[in-house]
Write a protein that binds this ligand. Structure first.
Ligand code: DX5
Ligand code: ZN
Length: 229
């Protein structure tokens, strides 16, 4: 996984057909997805349940590029090795998920994955100030985690603060929640480079008719890139 700040679109399979994840991942990549975003929920840290490491391992062979695993679980540490062994390229843990985020991030890197830290809308940028050399990605939640299809919450000021704190470090800023062609320019202009989008990518298409995925991905990318001038 090489580092750059170009705009990357990461479809979230939370909005895909749960009976067809392998084919959905392949279709999204064939239609232009840069990363595949995989939302793991435990019904404890967030009020919804999705799936665990066995599902990640099952879909891994269907993803050629980056598998970006977003853990909305607490505790995190007992499961890191399982997600790394499932083939996650990036493992992101929430700073709100426990008292020892630094230990968690070290364990993720120790397991051979890139380490991401996610911030809920109510958590300030300052929460990662002492972690900047221990992370590869900051995920700025622009919805309260747990569900797809929620209304975008403007975190522009927080994204700008993070972009400035990161400086020259090779740390991605990822945006998760309510990203579509209307909101993508706001987050791209503020300094984000990885745009997660669930409903705005998978709407209108299916594995048997994946062309709308491509239209949707291109629309989000074009809107984001237009904000960069
Ligand atoms: C929310 C998840 C998101 C979600 C985004 O808890 O982390 O990745 O799938 O869905 P949309 O793009 O529909 O807001
Ligand atoms: Zn997510």
């Amino acid at each position: 996984m090489s580092f750059d700040r170009s705009i990357k679109i990461a479809p979230s399979i939370l909005a895909a057909d749960f009976a067809n994840f392998g084919a959905e991942c392949a279709a999204a990549e064939a239609q232009g997805a840069d990363w595949i975003h995989v939302d793991v929920m435990d019904g404890h840290f967030v009020p919804n349940i999705t799936f665990g490491p066995a599902m990640c391992a099952a879909i891994r062979p269907h993803i050629k590029g980056v598998m970006d695993v977003h853990l909305m679980i607490a505790p995190v540490d007992p499961y890191i090795d399982a997600f790394a062994q499932a083939g996650a390229d990036v493992i992101t843990a929430h700073v709100e998920a426990g008292p020892h985020i630094h230990r968690t991030l070290q364990a993720i890197r120790g397991a051979g994955a890139k380490a991401g830290v996610a911030l809920n809308p109510g958590t300030p940028a300052q929460a990662v100030a002492t972690l900047l050399d221990d992370i590869d990605l900051i995920c700025v939640m622009t919805v309260n985690p747990g569900f797809g299809g929620q209304k975008f919450i403007d975190m522009g000021q927080k994204i700008r603060a993070l972009r400035s704190m990161i400086g020259d470090r090779p740390v991605h800023i990822e945006i998760d929640g309510g990203v579509d062609p209307t909101t993508a320019p706001l987050v791209a202009a503020a300094g984000a480079d990885v745009l997660v989008a669930g409903s705005a990518v998978f709407r209108g298409g299916s594995v048997n008719d994946p062309a709308p995925y491509g239209d949707n991905i291109r629309a989000i990318r074009a809107a984001a890139e237009s904000a960069l001038g």
